[in-house]
Design a protein around this ligand. Sequence first.
Ligand code: IMP
Length: 203
Amino acid sequence: MALPAGKVVLASGNPGKLKEMGALLSGLDIELCPQSLFAVPDVEETGQSFVENAILKSRHAARYTNLPAIADDSGIQVDVLSGAPGIYSARYAGAGASDNENLRLLLARLAVREEVQATACFQCVMVFLRYPDDAMPVIAQGSWHGYIVAEPRGDNGFGYDPIFYVPTHGCTSAELDAEEKNKISHRGQAMRALLEKMSVMVS
Ligand code: IMP
């Protein structure tokens, strides 16, 4: 695959995401540098959609470091909650909320409605900018369908993984090992699609 060689900054501070994205990009001729290496400050996610926020994050990291940048914006959408928490997944229970607080709030909102096995979808948009003012971002997305279970299960992954039931595998995504999750997840789908587009772009 003829992808751009050299340093690419990864515009995320989320350790769970960094781990998954690092694994997805391993073996390529790309030196993936987390933005923490350059002390890139967080940018305010003011977009109304995953794609707007992914562009904001990659633009911010590329400008700050003067390097090509990859960012993902992701979250979970629950149908019966009109797509919430969506782009607010990381801060559903408030700014700085823990994964467990966010997950508990989601379960509480579903319990009030007596919802069992609410259908839900993990969404991910992945963006690559070749340079800070790139006016033609490379954009890819992935969606992963499942439903929410009331009892958290499993210790792998992060965020809402313990309550996201994967019907194709008969377990929650926190019960999948990292490699299996990357094969089927929203982030795995988006990263593979992004790499495909990037290789077309440079060939
Ligand atoms: P972002 O960093 O603003 O994109 O927020 C992403 C948030 O969505 C995370 O903090 C998690 O709460 C949730 N999320 C995204 N992807 C996953 C996943 O693969 N598993 C579990 N939760 C996820």
